[in-house]
Design a protein around this ligand. Structure first.
Ligand code: SF4
Length: 319
């Protein structure tokens, strides 16, 4: 099965978005779903053109609101595999509120957050993940804003699946996306994505000599049980730990994510993966119970007639 669409791909040559598209196209057949049972919802930004390039259902929606639209879809249609494609500007600026509430509710959807640390579509303004001092068209003498760390943010919202990967490592990218797709609940995957036009080389330090991802010495590849050290404390990484405190400490590691004294390699992989009832499963259960209760009580007319026939006194508003 081929999920490629016949739409012309309109990203700049060399854009990291291509690698993500290829990875998604490669494993979508493994989901074993009909194309009509997969839906990609995007907001606004370069990455948000993603739904055009897949032969699935999709919606190029409203700036920052893709998680909310996807919540409705996931709640109404249990049979769909629901995806959100967003960027650092779309998800963390105008859409910040929508993102954190989707994460805490644990709606059954997979969110791909393309992080290139710049606004690409609008031609190079600083974004919520740009480093302090970033010189851009909108910050000619350097940005003052302290950046969001999307992994720390998602862990703070107690998302049930939180991961990071990078566009230059196809194998890792595909494995993380597949794990996210298999997770029941909200999956948040931050993807370090190079924008060669407006922020080229933002992640070069993580790519080592440039001879491939394995050359990188500044990446810490997270696996269950791998030994990790933060601020002198060492432990075995456990994505299934119910308390995300250790995972949060891990998320602070690395370059400009780092707090004083905590610099170290940048972790990629799955930070957190736990089971928790999903919002949409619980909402459907509530609706089913309410529907059964109403059916047992009869129609509104029948209920009113029964009330009148009791002979009791009753007041307006009583039902
Ligand atoms: Fe990709 Fe940057 Fe071009 Fe947007 S502006 S398509 S992020 S290279």
């Amino acid at each position: 099965k081929d999920f490629s669409s016949d739409q012309e791909v309109r990203w700049c040559p060399g854009c990291g978005d291509y690698a993500v598209l290829k990875a998604v196209q490669s494993f979508l057949p493994d989901l074993g779903l009909a194309r009509s049972n997969i839906v990609f919802v995007s907001g606004i930004g370069c990455s948000s053109r993603f739904p055009y390039y897949l032969d699935t259902y999709g919606m190029h929606s409203i700036h920052g609101r893709a998680p909310s639209i996807a919540t409705g879809i996931a709640t109404a249609r249990e049979d769909l595999s629901v995806w959100v494609v967003t960027g650092d500007g779309d998800a963390l600026s105008i859409g910040g509120n929508h993102l954190i509430h989707a994460l805490r509710r644990n709606v059954n959807m997979t969110i791909l957050l393309f992080n290139n640390r710049i606004y690409g579509l609008t031609k190079g303004q600083y974004s919520p993940t740009s480093e302090v001092g970033k010189v851009t068209k909108s910050t000619p003498v350097g940005s003052l804003d302290h950046p969001f760390n999307p992994i720390s943010l998602a862990l703070g919202a107690e998302a049930t699946f939180v991961a990071r990967t990078i566009d230059s490592d196809r194998k890792h990218l595909t494995a993380v996306l597949a794990a996210a797709a298999a997770h029941r609940g909200t999956s948040l995957v931050e993807i370090y994505q190079n924008c060669p036009i407006f922020n080229d080389g933002a992640f070069d330090a993580l790519k080592g000599s440039g001879k491939g991802p394995d050359a990188a010495e500044s990446l810490l590849r997270l696996e269950p049980g791998v030994e990790v050290t933060v601020s002198g404390r060492t432990w075995a990484h456990d994505p299934s730990a119910p308390d995300p405190a250790d995972q949060f400490a891990l998320s602070r590691l690395g370059e400009h994510n780092a707090q004083p004294g905590t610099a170290g390699p940048v972790p990629i992989g799955i930070f957190r993966q736990i089971d928790r009832p999903t919002y949409d499963d619980q909402a459907r259960a509530q609706v089913a119970t309410a529907t059964q209760t109403a059916a047992a009580q009869g129609s509104p007319t029948e209920r009113l007639t029964a009330l009148i026939n009791t002979g009791d006194t009753w007041t307006v508003g009583q039902a």
